[in-house]
Design a protein around this ligand. Structure first.
Ligand code: ADP
Ligand code: ADP
Ligand code: ZN
Length: 213
């Protein structure tokens, strides 16, 4: 099962992808997570990606396509994977199609999590992540029991450097300009669906699972 989860920043891609990955036993491939790990480790890819990520613009297509081409060849991707945050441009979608065609493979489902812009600003500025296990939280919508401490592992919560209001607004603009056109691209391929991302997290998950079967 190969699935693409699309949606604007803050739509809930990461939140949902973690749960789907667990339920369907396929890995969650988040280009954002992989790029943040590369920046942290100071790898050549990380050095190239850093400034684009900080300003809320996109990292170049060749970097993310390269990351995905390599990652999808790893053993845990044999029975499928869930793409979270990739593709984000038409060029990335076309590169993915070419890569899969060469491997005689195809994407099974593309699901868009639809959201209004304004609530996304609050979702992103309130987003917190466990520095140890990566669990996602929200100051209002998914608070931890003890302030600043992960419920699951006791790790301390961090806020992403790009999760401030100014950067969020440019990420939303980038989304509308460069990523939203992919909805039409995938609709034409016939394996596209969308869910209402303004519902509560559990309802969004139920809607996604209904599509995935
Ligand atoms: P994305 O990966 O699409 O950028 P996240 O999954 O990280 O989005 O979610 C962004 C923030 O919004 C997180 O803090 C998360 O806890 C919260 N969130 C996710 N889904 C919902 C929802 N349906 N309702 C309210 N808050 C949500
Ligand atoms: P969010 O879900 O909140 O938008 P991500 O973690 O998916 O954030 O991405 C964070 C940043 O990483 C993006 O703003 C962008 O700079 C970079 N990035 C992630 N995925 C891609 C991609 N497929 N193409 C280009 N840049 C990407
Ligand atoms: Zn944790």
């Amino acid at each position: 099962m190969k699935v693409i989860l699309m949606g604007p920043p803050g739509a809930g891609k990461g939140t949902q992808a973690r749960q789907i990955a667990e339920k369907y036993r396929i890995p969650q491939l988040s280009t954002g997570d992989m790029l943040r790990a590369a920046v942290k480790a100071g790898t050549p890819v990380g050095l190239k990606a850093k400034s684009a990520m900080e300003s809320g613009s996109l990292v170049t297509d060749d970097i993310v396509v390269g990351i995905i081409a390599d990652r999808t060849q790893e053993a845990d991707c044999k029975n499928g994977y869930l793409l979270d945050g990739f593709p984000r441009t038409l060029a990335q979608a076309e590169a993915l199609d070419t890569m899969l065609a060469q491997r005689k493979q195809a994407i099974d489902k593309v699901i868009d999590i639809r959201c209004d812009d304004e609530p996304l600003v609050g979702r992103i500025t309130g987003r917190r992540t466990c520095s140890q296990c990566g669990e996602g939280y929200h100051l209002q919508f998914k608070p931890t029991k003890k302030s600043g401490v992960c419920d699951k592992c006791g790790g301390s919560l961090t806020q992403r450097a790009d999760d401030n209001e100014a950067t969020v607004r440019s990420r939303l603009a980038v989304y509308h300009q460069q990523t939203a056109p992919l909805i039409d691209y995938y609709r034409k391929q016939g394996n596209f669906s969308s869910v209402d991302g303004m519902q509560g997290m559990d309802q969004v998950l139920a809607s996604l699972c209904a599509i995935l079967g």
